[in-house]
Design a protein around this ligand. Structure first.
Ligand code: NAD
Ligand code: ZN
Length: 684
C-alpha cells in the first residue's frame, strides 16, 4: 500500500467506494487527495490536490479522470471570491490553478475538496446518508445517529460557498469525521486515505443500521388494494403492450426536434413494492432530491393512477390524459422559476413513468442514460423509504431544484456534448442477423448510433453477433423463427422491453433452395414462403403495432432481391416469394404512410462473401452451373455486372442506412438495387 503514489491510492479508494452501489449512485460523488511533488519548473516541492474531474464514475475512475491543481493557488481563490451571487465564476478560475496540463476538467465540487483542511476527502451520495439528509428533522437525526462525529450542513447548491461552509465546519468541529449535506449527500475526511475511506463507510453503514433498526414497519404506508405486482409473465406482457405508447409520451418534445428516446424497463421488487403501497402517489409527487438526479429523472415521475388490473386500453387512455397534465405541470414549474437568463425549457415530457403492478420505464438519449435514469429513481425510492421510515421525506424545494436543473454550468456542459450520431435514439430490429447481410446491416445501424436487436433462429449465434457489435447497451441477440407468429411477438416484446420500442425494422431473414420446377416439392415452396413472405408479414405486423402506438414514424425495410424482378430458370419458389416481399413493400408503404412509417426495399444480387445462403450449397451449385471454382464466384458475378464490382454485405447495409437515415426522409415504396449494375434488374 505504502508504495502507491498519492493519486494511485486515491484511484484505488475511489474504485472500491464507487463499485458498491450502497456508497454512491452511478457517476455520483467525488474524491480527492492532497500531496507534495517536485515542481519541474523550480525544483522545489509543490503542494497539489488530485480530485475526480467532471463526469465519470468513481467505480471505474482512472488517473486520467483526475484534475490536478496547485493547492496554494486554489486556496488563494478565497481572497478573490466575489460572494455567493457570483460563485459560478469560480469554476472558470480553477483553470488558473491547474498543475501542468491539469488532467480532467475540474468539477463544481473542486472547491469543497481543496478548501477543506484534510489530506483526503470523499463526497458521496449514499442512499442511507441522503435518507437522513432529506428527513424533515435531518439536523436532530444527524445528532441522534452520529453524536458529534458528524455535523449537519444545511442545504446549499454545490459550489464555492458550500466548500467554504464545509471547511469552516471542519475547523470548528475537530472531533468530526464528516458531515451530512442537507438535501444532498455526505462528505467525510481523513489524514490518510484509509482513514477517509473508513470514515465514509462508517457514516454510510451507521446511517443504514440506524434506519434498519428504527424505521417504522411500513414506511410507504399500508398496502394499496389492487396495486400489488402482477405475476411475472402477465406484467411483462402488459409492459410490452404499453411500451410503445409510453415511449411516445417520453419522446414528444424530442421528436419535434427530430430525435427520440431510448427506454429501459425494470420490474424489480424495489419498484413494485413502492407502487403497491398507499403513500406512493404523495411521495412520487415530492420528487427526487440529490442534485445529480434532476437532469436524469426530471423533478418528478409520471405515475399511472390505475390498479394493476387495469386493461391495456384503459391504461393507455389514462396515460395520455396524465401526459397532458404532466406537461402542463412541468411548464408551470418552468414558468414559475425561470428567470430571463435561464436556459430554454428542455422538453416537458417525463423521463420516468411508473405503472403499478408492472414496473418502471425510464428514458434517455441512449440506453446507458436511460438505464442510469432508472437506477437513479431506484436510489430515490431507497432514500424515500429511509426518510419516511424515520421521519418525513422533505426534499429541497422546487425553486432550488429548478436552479440545479437549469443551472448555466449544466447547460454549458450539455452544449459541449458531441453532436449525436445520425441514428442516435433509434431502435432497430434486424431479422436473420446472425450472419451475412443481416449482420453487416446490424453492425452498420449500430455504428450510426442505433441500438440493435439481432434476431435469428439460433440464440447463441444471435447473441454472438450482438456481442461482436457491442455490449448490452448497444445490441442484444434474440431467438426467433420469423415464420412462427408467437416467436415473432416474443422477439418484438423482447425488443421493446430491452430498449423501449422499435423504429427501424429490417426484414432480412431468408434462405434459398434453387431447384427446377419439377424438382421443387410443395414443402420447398412452403418453407421459402413461410420464412420470407409470411415471415416478413408477421414481423411487419408486430412491429407496426408498436410504431403506430409510439407516433414517432419509423422504417420497415425489406431485403428482397434482384430475383424479385428478374426471371430465370430453377428459382420458382425463391423468386416468387421475393416478388411477394417486393409487393409487400408497396402495399405497406401505401397503408402505413398515414402513420409516418416508410416502407422500402433493397434488391441485392451476387453477395457471396459472408452469405450463409451461398455457403450452404447454393454457391457450389451456381459455381458448377457457371463452370468456375466456388471461391471465385464473387469475382465471376462481378464480371457480369455493369460496374464490374463485387457486391459485399456492407454495400447492402449502407443502402439500408441511407433509406432509414436522416437524409432520405421523403421516400417510401422504393426498391434500391445494390447489384453493381444488372440491366435486367433496372426498375421502371
Ligand atoms: N446473398 C445474396 O446474394 C442475396 C441476393 C439477394 C437477396 N438476398 C437476401 O438477403 C437476405 C440475407 O441473405 P444472406 O445472403 O445474408 O444469407 P445468410 O444465410 O447468410 O443469412 C440469412 C440469415 O437468416 C436466418 N434465417 C433463416 N431462416 C430464418 C427464420 N425462419 N427465422 C429467422 N431467421 C432465419 C439464417 O439463420 C441466417 O442467419 C435473404 O433474405 C436473401 O434472400 C441475398
Ligand atoms: Zn454531490
Amino acid at each position: 500500500m505504502t508504495d502507491l503514489t498519492v493519486p494511485q491510492q486515491l484511484i484505488a479508494r475511489s474504485n472500491r467506494l464507487g463499485s458498491d452501489p450502497k456508497n454512491t449512485n452511478y457517476a455520483g460523488g467525488n474524491t480527492s487527495a492532497k500531496g507534495t511533488e517536485t515542481d519541474p519548473v523550480t525544483g522545489q516541492p509543490v503542494e497539489l490536490v488530485w480530485v475526480k474531474g467532471s463526469g465519470g464514475d468513481l467505480g471505474t475512475l482512472q488517473e486520467s479522470g483526475l484534475a490536478v491543481l496547485r493547492l496554494d493557488r486554489m486556496r488563494a481563490l478565497v481572497d478573490v471570491y466575489p460572494g455567493i451571487d457570483r460563485e459560478d465564476e469560480m469554476v472558470a478560475a480553477f483553470d488558473y490553478c491547474l498543475h501542468g496540463k491539469g488532467g480532467a476538467a475540474p468539477s463544481i465540487d473542486t472547491a469543497m475538496h481543496g478548501l477543506v483542511d484534510a489530506a483526503h476527502v470523499d463526497h458521496l451520495h449514499p442512499d442511507s446518508g441522503i435518507a437522513i439528509a432529506t428527513a424533515a428533522d435531518g439536523p436532530s437525526l444527524t445528532q441522534q445517529v452520529f453524536g458529534d462525529k458528524v455535523v449537519w450542513v444545511p442545504w446549499r447548491r454545490p459550489g464555492f460557498q458550500l466548500g467554504l461552509d464545509i471547511a469552516e465546519i471542519k475547523e470548528k468541529n475537530p472531533q468530526a469525521v464528516g458531515c451530512i449535506l442537507g438535501g444532498h449527500g455526505i462528505t467525510a475526511w481523513g489524514d490518510t486515505s484509509e482513514e477517509a475511506e473508513t470514515n465514509s463507510l462508517w457514516i454510510i453503514d451507521t446511517a443504514a443500521a440506524y434506519i434498519a433498526e428504527h424505521s417504522s414497519a411500513e414506511p410507504f404506508g399500508a398496502p394499496l388494494e389492487g396495486y400489488g405486482a402482477l405475476p411475472e409473465s402477465e406484467r411483462r406482457a402488459k409492459a410490452a403492450a404499453l411500451a410503445g405508447t409510453i415511449r411516445g409520451i417520453a419522446s414528444r418534445d424530442a421528436a419535434a426536434a427530430g430525435r427520440s428516446m431510448v427506454g429501459h424497463f425494470t420490474d424489480s421488487d424495489v419498484v413494485l413494492d413502492f407502487l403497491a403501497a398507499a403513500e406512493h402517489p404523495r411521495l412520487a409527487a415530492l420528487g427526487t432530491s440529490c442534485p445529480d438526479h434532476f437532469l436524469r429523472t426530471k423533478v418528478k415521475p409520471l405515475v399511472l393512477d390505475l390498479p394493476a388490473s387495469a386493461s391495456v386500453e384503459e391504461s393507455i387512455a389514462r396515460l395520455k390524459e396524465l401526459h397532458e397534465e404532466y406537461r402542463a405541470d412541468y411548464q408551470g414549474y418552468y414558468d414559475r422559476n425561470a428567470t430571463p437568463d435561464s436556459p430554454a425549457i428542455r422538453g416537458a415530457d417525463p423521463l420516468i413513468v411508473l405503472v403499478p403492478g408492472v414496473g418502471m420505464f425510464s428514458y434517455g438519449k441512449d440506453k446507458q442514460t436511460a438505464r442510469v435514469a432508472g437506477e437513479f429513481y431506484v436510489n430515490a425510492i431507497n432514500v424515500m423509504r429511509g426518510a419516511e421510515g424515520l421521519s418525513t421525506y422533505a426534499p429541497i424545494d422546487e425553486a432550488e431544484k429548478f436552479r440545479i436543473e437549469y443551472w448555466a454550468l449544466e447547460e454549458a456542459k450539455l452544449q459541449r456534448m458531441p453532436k449525436p450520431k445520425p441514428l442516435a435514439g433509434r431502435i432497430a430490429l434486424v431479422t436473420g442477423a446472425a450472419g451475412g447481410i443481416g449482420k453487416a446491416t446490424a453492425q452498420k445501424l449500430a455504428g450510426e448510433g442505433a441500438v440493435v436487436v439481432v434476431a435469428d433462429l439460433d440464440l447463441a449465434k444471435a447473441q454472438a453477433a450482438a456481442a461482436e457489435i457491442g455490449g448490452a447497451d448497444v445490441a442484444i441477440g434474440v431467438a426467433a423463427d420469423v415464420s412462427d407468429e408467437a416467436a415473432v411477438q416474443a422477439a418484438v416484446d423482447a425488443t421493446v422491453l430491452a430498449f423501449g420500442g422499435v423504429d427501424l425494422v429490417v426484414n432480412n431473414a431468408g434462405l434459398s433452395l434453387s431447384k427446377a420446377l419439377l424438382d421443387t416439392t410443395g414443402e420447398d415452396f412452403d418453407l421459402q414462403h413461410r420464412v420470407m413472405a409470411k415471415g416478413s408479414f408477421l414481423v411487419a405486423k408486430a412491429t407496426a403495432k408498436v410504431m403506430i402506438d409510439q407516433e414517432l414514424g419509423g422504417d420497415i425495410i425489406y431485403i428482397s432481391s434482384k430475383n424479385s424482378v428478374v426471371a430465370g430458370p430453377n428459382n420458382i419458389a425463391y423468386s416468387a416469394t421475393k416478388a411477394n416481399q417486393a409487393h409487400q413493400v408497396r402495399l405497406l408503404a401505401a397503408e402505413l404512410g398515414a402513420h409516418g412509417i416508410k416502407v422500402n426495399g433493397v434488391n441485392p444480387d451476387g453477395v457471396v462473401q459472408g452469405s450463409g445462403i451461398f455457403a450452404s450449397g447454393w454457391g457450389a451449385n451456381r459455381a458448377a452451373v457457371y463452370g468456375v471454382e466456388e471461391k471465385d464466384l464473387g469475382k465471376f458475378y462481378a464480371q457480369r455486372t455493369i460496374l464490374k464490382k463485387e457486391v459485399l454485405p456492407e454495400h447492402i447495409a449502407n443502402a439500408v442506412f441511407v433509406l432509414c437515415g436522416p437524409e432520405m426522409t421523403h421516400t417510401t415504396g422504393l426498391h434500391v438495387p445494390v447489384d453493381a449494375g444488372v440491366a435486367a434488374a433496372f426498375l421502371r
